[in-house]
Design a binder for this molecule. Structure first.
Ligand SMILES: [Mg+2]
Length: 325
């Protein structure tokens, strides 16, 4: 298996994983806060990581330190490692990679029950045996960016993205969200068309999987207010941990701000709610497109650089980018 690197690809694909991690770590500072809380904090903190506030009005249960990335990045690493290792991208292999990545580097940021589940099992086989993969949340789409570079053929990308969801999110909405983010990555990084057509490209691909998601993706860039992308009952709560709404938010941001990546990151945060799962795919795609020069120095220098931090992500990203046809 070779990863397609077409003639028109950018020179920055190796930066994709670092970008995913920076969007994730920065978004994690604001995770699950309301839009009002985010706006207030963003004003005082600017482009710096900080320990995510927990408890009381901020909710949350686990500590994430400044500059630490979360599940979005760790699972994207697992996707990349699976693609690099195997001739075929099999859901079973992915299950093994998820468990391997978590066990060698236990970290917070996962949904509480999923993290308890990961703590309770010892192998990919056990994950496959015990998991109930009926989630409609955003766990499949948050790790789908690398899949957009799997092939120059979109039907192949679609199949792999669907496989990506099967392990944990085997539901029409879970699968559609994974296909949507992989397709957005494919469309932008393999330069398949103008941004005005991005959402219709993604919506068409999921029409046979989930019509509600297709409609949502189609309209996501054109909403009269971003409130329509957020929590249906209380937009101030921001983007819920829901696959369809997270992928819709990613499309909205990419459509409007892909030529101004720093603004794209800011707007991903200001939506509130599950900020890391919106910012992570957005920054991953835009870092693979533009490189890292646009990212504030504080965010590059502040990203964790332990055994699985900045240097590891860059090295792994290079391996991924070098697998050309
Ligand atoms: Mg996360």
């Amino acid at each position: 298996m070779k990863i397609f690197i077409g003639e028109k690809m950018t020179d920055h694909l190796d930066k994709m994983l670092v970008g995913i991690a920076i969007g994730d770590a920065y978004g994690a500072c604001y995770e699950m806060l309301t839009q009002k809380q985010v706006a207030r904090l963003f004003k005082s903190k600017g482009w710096n990581y900080f320990d995510r506030p927990i408890g009381g009005q901020y909710g949350g249960w686990e500590g994430i330190s400044a500059g630490q990335y979360t599940d979005d990045t760790q699972m994207s690493i697992a996707v990349v490692e699976t693609i690099l290792r195997l001739p075929k991208y099999l859901p079973n292999a992915l299950a093994f990679a998820f468990v391997e990545c978590y066990k060698r580097d236990r970290r917070n940021g996962y949904a509480r029950r999923f993290q308890e589940f990961l703590d309770s099992i010892d192998s990919g086989a056990e994950l496959l045996e015990k998991i109930k993969p009926h989630s409609e949340r955003n766990g499949a789409c948050m790790r789908a960016v690398p899949i957009g570079l799997y092939s120059e053929y979109i039907p192949v990308v679609k199949t792999v993205a669907a496989n990506n969801a099967l392990v944990t999110h085997n539901t029409p909405k879970g699968i559609a969200s994974s296909v949507c983010v992989a397709a957005a990555s494919y469309y932008i990084l393999q330069q398949k068309g103008c941004m005005d057509d991005l959402s219709v490209f993604c919506a068409d691909l999921v029409q046979d999987i989930c019509t509600e998601s297709a409609e949502h993706f189609d309209s996501a860039p054109w909403v009269s207010s971003t409130d329509e992308l957020c929590h249906p009952k209380d937009p101030n709560k921001g983007i819920p941990c829901d696959g369809m709404r997270t992928a819709g938010a990613v499309l909205h941001i990419l459509h409007h701000y892909s030529t101004d990546p720093l603004e794209a990151l800011k707007q991903s945060i200001l939506l509130g709610g599950d900020t890391d799962s919106v910012a992570s795919p957005v920054v991953g795609i835009l870092s693979a497109k533009y490189g890292l020069d646009w990212i504030p120095t504080e965010l590059k220098q502040g990203l964790e650089d332990g055994p699985y931090g900045y240097s590891f992500l860059l090295k792994k990203g290079k391996e991924f980018a070098e697998r050309s046809l």
